[in-house]
Design a protein around this ligand. Sequence first.
Ligand code: MN
Length: 181
Amino acid sequence: MARSDPLAQYNAKRDFKLTPEPAGKVAKGAGNRFIVQKHDATRLHYDFRLEVDGVLKSWAVTKGPSIDPADKRLAVRTEDHPMSYADFEGVIPKGEYGGGTVMLWDRGTWAPIAGKSAKDIDKGHLHFALKGERMKGEWLLVRMKSRPGEKRENWVLRKVNDAYAGGTDDLVGRQLTSIEA
Ligand code: MN
């Protein structure tokens, strides 16, 4: 039933005859992957995705992640993506939804901090740890109050001050390549 299909929105937005992106099917299993895709679309952004219940919960981080705990990076919630998207790199044709180049920028595993759970995403406040190639340590995703009439969900992605934090290090400026390269 469409009502319970978390990927209905993903599939509805795309014409799979025209885009090289994978069609959406909910995966089995309870993995804990995370990925970041640098997406050079109309506006450059970094798609941050956490595996939860067979799909990738997703946020578009306009400026990309910062390891400076003082930086609050806007992360706009986007539709759940299929697990098969985790390996996707390629060019979405101009004129199609998200047209532009998608590059795998980071990947690894994630876990909620002790005592927390992925259900905290529904509550709008997730404290979690990443073991990626580029993003490491503890992070926070926090939903902001929406303004009247605002349809999109604005969240903030922020580094927690730990051994992996760095005040002046420009992570997205320094890491310009695909992790597949
Ligand atoms: Mn995107």
